[in-house]
Design a protein around this ligand. Structure first.
Ligand code: HEC
Length: 198
């Protein structure tokens, strides 16, 4: 079971049973969170650049094929396993099953949804925790990804906004796709960074 210790300044996870604060007073070192934020920014900028370039060059179907090949590679490049530093994207409803959230990520995503229901702006939502699992400690950082109209809706939007050609191609490439039907401003997912402590 995951045992998470949350920073005093951050909210408690909704299911308190698996979030026991038994390493009291632990403080997440800010350099790690800064490193996580900067890796997320690089990944987001690179993804956006690739996506917009491909959309301009060949429309949504071309962008989609690019996405399938390029997105996981960009995430891998931003990660450094030697460093124990892993950057990924996840969501409660995923397109690629490899992006499914683990127990910790699911709890944080559900917490983001609850906070948004209470009026929080997803652009400001992030979460830091020190997680101890099987005796190993990691810093885990997550940042919410809001659903935007452009360019996201063509590939993730509600039926009226989806690009029909792209939607048909998504069905072929991702038969188990759950990542459509998002309204603008909803939570699309999150960037997730894990930094293993030696
Ligand atoms: C051209 C189509 C296309 C557009 C436009 C697009 N996406 Fe995606 N998106 C995809 C594909 C394909 C994947 C699966 C990538 C993979 O295999 O990891 C994906 C995956 C994701 C994931 C990872 C979780 C999952 O569902 O697997 C997130 C989060 C995401 N997209 C958010 C966005 C956001 C936010 C935007 C707008 C800035 C956007 N996408 C625009 C096609 C698109």
């Amino acid at each position: 079971m995951l045992r998470a210790v949350l920073l005093a300044s951050l909210v408690t996870l909704p299911t308190a049973t698996s979030a026991r604060a038994d390493v009291g007073g632990a403080v997440v070192p800010s350099p790690e969170v800064m490193k996580a934020r900067s890796a997320i920014k690089t990944l987001a900028d690179n993804l956006r650049g690739e996506l917009i370039g491909a959309l301009e060059a060949g429309g949504s179907v071309a962008a989609l094929e690019k996405c399938k090949i390029v997105a996981p590679g960009i995430a891998r490049d931003a990660s450094s396993t030697a460093d124990g530093f892993i950057v990924s994207r996840t969501a409660l409803r995923v397109r690629n099953p490899e992006n499914k959230p683990d127990a910790h990520e699911r709890k944080v995503l559900e917490e983001f949804v609850m906070k948004m229901k209470a009026g929080a702006d997803p652009a400001t939502l992030d979460h830091t925790a020190v997680v101890i699992q099987n005796g190993a400690t990691s810093v885990r950082y997550m940042k919410a990804i809001p659903m935007a109209e452009t360019p996201c809706a063509a590939c993730h939007g509600t039926a009226d906004k989806l690009d029909p050609a792209a939607a048909a191609e998504v069905k072929k490439l991702y038969p188990d796709d759950e990542a459509i039907g998002f309204a603008t401003g909803e939570l699309r997912g999150a960037f997730s960074v894990t930094i293993k402590k030696m």
